[in-house]
Design a protein around this ligand. Structure first.
Ligand code: F6R
Ligand code: MG
Ligand code: MG
Length: 364
């Protein structure tokens, strides 16, 4: 019978500022998921934090876009918001953009990634949790995992991967989607996904079997709200081994802390630093952006795990590089390319300053 793995996440209040989640709020998430397992809504569920975001990892047999599961996640975030308000945490309920739940959590603020799967004899999955960055940030690592033979040896030397993968890309501004086949269409694919603020990889499918290999949250808070309310802080689920890349190939892209949008005020470029759960509390200049990898084996839908995959000395160099890159970019202060280009910034004083200065400009 097919199962569904759903990760639904939201920032419902930070402790302190935007740096971390308060343990009382995380405990509430854990208790609510335990109750949902007891009542039979879920097969299994775990709540985790990366920075100031709560990620609900839920396994069930109700399919993607299930109203009860989405409603339960929404109600968990609203209950957590009450605690955040009581503790006067920063930005309590900031990602809950709708007044009341209406059928599906998409478009209401929280991010979601869901995959329906028939559990294989052994089903290793990695759940990635991001903070202080945008949806679209998984474009580069997904490309490396599923289309770059310099990252994924299996694309060249394993029969099951040799047929390649198909990428479902979403145009976030115009609400359209398109499929690309790798390897033969990688140049066309890269024209789009090289611009992650506009185009994001939603799904990756194994061409040999048609099975979904990976999915990411592409919800864009600023496009939903029409203004800056916080960064998207995306999540992704990636299935591993056999006809998918091996665990080591899936986490290999994060040995380089690629530059992503986010950091302070969601308006800067900074390195995406892979850390353990314990180190996922971005503070310096509200960053640098973090990514955590939780490894699970699914067993009849039970989440056997997590293993904290970046809690590994082999990621020390990536963390060191991320700190060096941060130091260097910070030296640019308010100048691009540390600061985002004008039309990408989440905060700006430009309209007000431009209006104030309007009559001081003269022809050159
Ligand atoms: C990043 C983020 C923070 C805030 C910053 C200012 O996603 O949310 O960097 O933008 O701390 O917050 P306010 O404007 O609420 O003081
Ligand atoms: Mg926040
Ligand atoms: Mg956050």
């Amino acid at each position: 019978m097919p199962q569904t793995l759903s990760v639904i996440k939201a920032d419902i209040g930070g402790w302190v500022g935007h740096s971390a989640m308060h343990p009382e709020v995380l405990d509430l998430g854990r208790e609510r998921l335990a109750q949902a397992v007891q009542s039979g809504l879920l097969i299994d569920g775990q709540a985790h934090a990366c920075g100031d975001d709560m990620f609900l990892v839920m396994s069930h047999d109700r399919g993607e876009d299930n109203t009860e599961v989405h409603q339960y996640a929404w109600d968990t975030f609203t209950a957590g918001t009450e605690i955040a308000k009581k503790l006067k945490l920063y930005g309590a309920g900031q990602d809950l953009l709708a007044d009341a739940f209406s059928g599906n959590i998409r478009g209401m603020g929280p991010g979601s990634a869901e995959v329906e799967l028939v559990e294989r004899q052994s089903e290793p999955v990695i759940v990635f949790m991001g903070d202080k960055t945008s949806s679209g940030s998984f474009n580069l690592p997904f490309y490396k995992m599923f289309a770059d033979p310099f990252n994924t040896a299996g694309l060249v030397i394993a029969d099951a991967l040799h047929q390649g993968f198909a990428f479902e890309v979403h145009d976030l501004k115009n609400h359209k989607k398109i499929m690309f086949n790798a390897p033969e269409e990688i140049y066309d694919l890269l024209v789009f996904i090289g611009s992650p603020a506009h185009y994001a990889i939603k799904r990756v499918v194994a061409r040999s079997t048609g099975e979904v290999a990976a999915v990411s949250s592409t919800d864009k808070l600023s496009l939903i709200a029409g203004r800056y309310v916080g960064k998207d802080d995306p999540t992704a689920i990636v299935r591993c081994q056999n006809s998918f890349p091996a665990v080591g190939e899936v986490i290999e892209p994060f040995t380089t802390p690629y530059i992503v949008e986010g950091f302070m005020r969601g308006s800067h470029y900074g390195p995406w630093m892979p850390t353990s759960v314990a180190d996922a509390h971005p503070a310096r200049f509200d960053g640098p952006p973090r990514v955590v990898a939780l490894g699970f084996q699914l067993s009849g839908g039970k989440l056997v795990g997590p293993r904290d995959m970046f809690d590994d000395p082999s990621y020390n160099n990536a963390r060191q590089k991320a700190n060096d890159i941060s130091d260097f970019l910070r030296l640019h202060g308010p100048f691009e390319p540390h600061r985002l280009p004008l039309d990408e910034m989440e905060y700006t004083t430009m309209p007000a300053v431009a209006a104030k200065m309007a009559n001081r400009w003269s022809e050159i």
